[in-house]
Design a protein around this ligand. Structure first.
Ligand code: HDD
Length: 699
């Protein structure tokens, strides 16, 4: 079987099998395959003598170790990835020739990498940041990459400014502080110097930038691309991934704490979900604009700092992404995967979005240094399932053994092969866009409206979301030492909303603006707000059950079972690991002790009754803190019979508590009548599905 046939018939997972290594039951060898018989001592001249140069095993082992590290990505260094598939829902042949979008039910293997932008490779997952959402489709027509983010727009309009943006956001060059944070002088100095950043700052300081999970965030292509159908008709498009679990965030205090308590929070969440068979799922939508409508919007559709509101350009659902397999080796797959927005297939083409145009150059260029030469497309995770034939040759780490004498085209000695492929047979033909113009360093006039959509965004936020944005400004701008930059921030954001600017000024010790815009006159797009997301499921949510010896068995087990039936996971938290005994003598295993976990790692808390158990809980500071903190983070809290006493003992206030019947107020669900336990569990599940109870924040 030759290489083409082999690759054609395999899935990506099978394709990778050729490269997997299984150590079970195997003997140790050198890289040359020589069996090693001793690896604890280097070869020495005498027991106490110097190590000998001829110890090839020692030299090889140390040399390889010395060269283990490669440069991390200049941006998006911190991330996690998974394999899966994309399933097409309906034929898109009317709009695009892309083969993976032609047949309903057709599955295409994918590899996805999620990431933060600013932090180094070892930084915390939960930092306030934009998240990367990059997808490689191994299609029969070659690899297609959507290299997107979880925010639909970008900071700058032209790629030429990207190095400036990133230099400003990365740790400052003199002291390399701060790590994975925009909250410092150089970043906001750049923001006030480049007002095109305003709209993106509004999104980046919203709850979108602290997602609850990679599984609960959207993904956007950000840039404008083109669909091209078989007749050569083009349409402008943008892609959106929508998670089936809805779009949900952490709260800021929680995300900061998680940065210390579990820096791998999102990575762990992704891999735990796959281990549990709760495969992350997202639906792919496409927004399309006819070419004749290109200029019919208030914004320029090529401007990457502008969103295409769903209310104006309704997204069409076209397929589903399922992530069902973890990588076997993080370095080989997640670290070495190389995405590029320029990896397109017939039926998908570019627009003149100036940010995209620059990206088309940057990604290949960065892989050359990061992955050490021009053959990175041959690394197993990067190589397409589609066959590769061309006259590219040699270079570091070449794997392909090209046969024959000719490595040029045209040729006669090799029958002119490999030959260009006609369009009808799948040869890529660039969209024939008419382009005319004078060479000029400028941008179109609509690009220069920096504030209209920022106003719409603010106006579309719910009241709690607005408050979170103001708090984020207080944190971020509050960390800026230059008073001048802080003042300029207030002045700049007065162009978005005067009330917002006044609120920012109050928190950061500078003067409020004398004048400013009124965002309430701007368009209101409900799709901008996370308040309007999916809130009908508790699938994969984590619930902490607080119990000690003497807990009420039925109260604990009935609720635990109801949570499981609804798809949520629960863990029993107690003072010590091991078994705890119920009031009926039955034992149950503890999952975590207080020292090794925190309320931040759960979506909700449940306290079953049992006098002895609750008496113990009430005496412990760490338990009281657990409940207080979950309450502060607006999570659902439930307690039954004596468990309710624990809530009254804690500092949480401002909600009604059961006097017998089931009471559900601001996400606190209580009852002192345990005959109602099934209905009680249902109310608790409804409260968890709301994700957070922001109406508590006024307290
Ligand atoms: Fe970028 C990585 C997304 C603008 C240059 N970018 C990178 C990754 C994502 C994005 C998700 C990580 C891919 C992975 O997981 O390996 N980038 C975006 C989006 C942008 C954007 C949505 C705006 C629309 N990027 C952008 C510009 C430039 C770059 C304007 C340069 C001119 N991006 C890079 C890069 C990276 C990268 C330096 C670093 C590592 C890599 O490419 O492979 O080339």
């Amino acid at each position: 079987m030759n290489k083409d046939e082999k690759i054609d018939k395999k899935s990506k997972i099978e394709d990778l099998e050729e490269f997997r290594e299984y150590p079970e039951g195997k003997g140790l060898t050198t890289d040359q395959g020589v069996k090693v018989n001793h690896t604890d001592d280097s070869l020495k001249a005498g027991k106490r003598g110097p190590t000998l140069m001829e110890d090839f095993h020692f030299r090889e082992k140390i040399t390889h170790f010395d060269h283990e590290r490669i440069p991390e990505r200049i941006v998006h260094a911190r991330g996690a990835g998974a394999h899966g598939y994309f399933e097409c829902y309906e034929s898109m042949s009317e709009y695009t020739m892309a083969k993976f979008l032609q047949e309903p039910g057709k599955k295409t293997p994918v590899f996805v990498r999620f990431s933060t932008v600013a932090g180094f490779r070892g930084s915390a997952d939960t930092a306030r940041d934009v998240r990367g959402f990059a997808t490689k489709f191994y299609t029969e027509d070659g690899n297609y990459d959507i290299v997107g983010n979880n925010i639909p727009i970008f900071f700058i309009q032209d790629a030429i400014k990207f190095p400036d943006l990133i230099h400003s956001v990365k740790p400052e060059p003199d002291n390399e502080i701060p790590q994975a944070s925009t909250a410092h002088d150089t970043f906001y100095d750049f923001v006030v110097s480049a007002p095109e950043t305003t709209h993106m700052i509004m999104w980046a300081l919203s709850d979108r930038a602290i997602p609850r999970s990679y599984r609960m965030m959207e993904g956007f292509s950000v840039n404008t691309f083109r669909f091209v159908n078989s007749e050569g008709k083009g349409r402008f498009i943008k892609f959106i991934w929508k998670p089936l679990l809805g779009v949900h965030s952490l709260v800021w205090d929680e995300s900061m704490k998680l940065g210390g308590e579990d820096p791998d929070y999102h990575r762990r969440d992704l891999y735990d979900a796959i281990d549990n068979g709760d495969y992350p799922e997202y639906e792919l939508y496409v927004q399309m604009i006819e070419e004749e409508d290109e200029h019919n919007f208030d914004f320029d559709i090529l401007d990457p700092t502008k969103h295409w509101p769903e209310e104006l350009i309704p997204p069409k659902k076209i397929g589903k992404l399922v992530l069902n397999r973890k990588p076997d080796n993080f370095f080989a797959e997640v670290e070495q995967v190389a995405f590029c927005p320029g990896n397109v297939v017939p039926g998908i083409d570019f627009s003149n979005d100036p940010l995209l145009q620059g990206r088309l150059f940057s990604y290949i260029d960065t892989q050359l240094i990061r992955l050490g030469g021009p053959n990175f497309h041959e690394i197993p995770i990067n190589r397409p399932l589609a066959p590769v034939h061309n006259n590219q040759r040699d270079g570091y780490h070449r794997h392909t053994i090209n046969t024959g004498k000719t490595s040029y085209f045209p040729n006669t000695l090799g029958d002119n092969c490999p030959k260009p492929v006609p369009k009808e047979d799948g040869g890529y033909v660039h969209y024939m866009e008419k382009v005319e113009g004078k060479k000029i360093r400028d941008r179109s006039d609509k690009f220069k409206d920096f504030y209209s959509q920022a106003r719409s965004f603010y106006n579309s936020m719910s009241e709690p979301e607005k408050q979170h944005i103001i708090s984020a400004f207080h944190f971020e701008v509050g960390k800026v030492e230059s008073k001048e930059v802080r003042q300029k921030m207030v002045d700049q954001f007065a162009n978005v909303d005067k009330g917002l600017a006044v609120a920012i000024a109050k928190g950061v010790g500078v003067s409020p603006p004398s004048d400013g815009a009124d965002s309430s006159n701007a368009d209101n797009f409900p799709s901008f707000s996370m308040e309007n997301t999916v809130k009908n499921t508790v699938k994969t949510r984590k619930v902490a059950i607080l119990a000690e010896n003497g807990f009420n068995y039925d109260e604990l087990v009935n609720v635990k079972d109801a949570l499981k039936d609804a798809g949520a996971n629960s863990e029993i938290i107690s003072m010590y690991l091991g078994m705890i005994k119920a009031d009926n003598g039955q034992e149950i295993e503890v999952d975590r002790n207080y020292i090794s976990t925190a309320s931040t790692q759960f979506d909700a808390v449940y306290v079953p009754g049992g006098k002895e158990s609750v008496d113990t809980l009430k005496k412990r500071g760490d338990v009281i803190h657990f409940v207080n903190e979950a309450f502060k983070h607006c999570k659902a809290i439930a307690a039954v019979s004596e468990g309710v006493d624990l809530l009254t003992k804690s500092d949480i206030t401002g909600f009604s508590i059961s006097k017998g019947e089931i009471t559900s107020d601001k996400g606190v669900v209580t009852t002192i009548d345990n005959t109602q336990i099934k209905n009680f569990a249902k109310s608790f599940i409804d409260a968890i599905a709301m994700h957070r109870h922001w109406n508590r924040e006024t307290k």
